[in-house]
Design a protein around this ligand. Sequence first.
Ligand code: FES
Length: 168
Amino acid sequence: MAVEQNRRDFIGMALGGVTAVGGVIALGAMKKTWDPLPSVQSAGFITVDLSPMQEGELKTLQWRGKPIFILKKTADMKKNENRDVVAGNSNYTVIIGLCTHLGCIPTWIPARKEFSCACHGGVFDASGVNTFGPPPRPMDIPPFKIDGEKLVLGEEGPEYQKLTAKKA
Ligand code: FES
């Protein structure tokens, strides 16, 4: 009798174990189905940790197929209330790295602290503001949100709304 009882307990536990493992596998499969494809993720939001950046360093990355420049400003670079992104105690220039003339990708020239466009000689200052040549306006600021010392590209946070409101 006791042996029969133990056998039933064992079968019950074994079945319970199989069910639990099956459940975990099914949940894993469901999560895979729900997770966006990597291509969708890269097209949407990107989180960039700004804390390891050195003053004067330019970081270039791609977001929604466009180059993004992130420049950690040095103390001697002119502050721009209408464009500077403030994270922690530092000011950053965050811009879509496309010349506003005909869309070439400007190059950062550290010695001159400006962006230079080789296509027709356009020049932008360290804040991405056009200072010379045919570009008709500053380089665009992508939508962003600040989360501590992290920059989330693709999300319109209050800091982005403040900057775009100032420009209007
Ligand atoms: S595309 Fe940059 S100056 Fe013409």
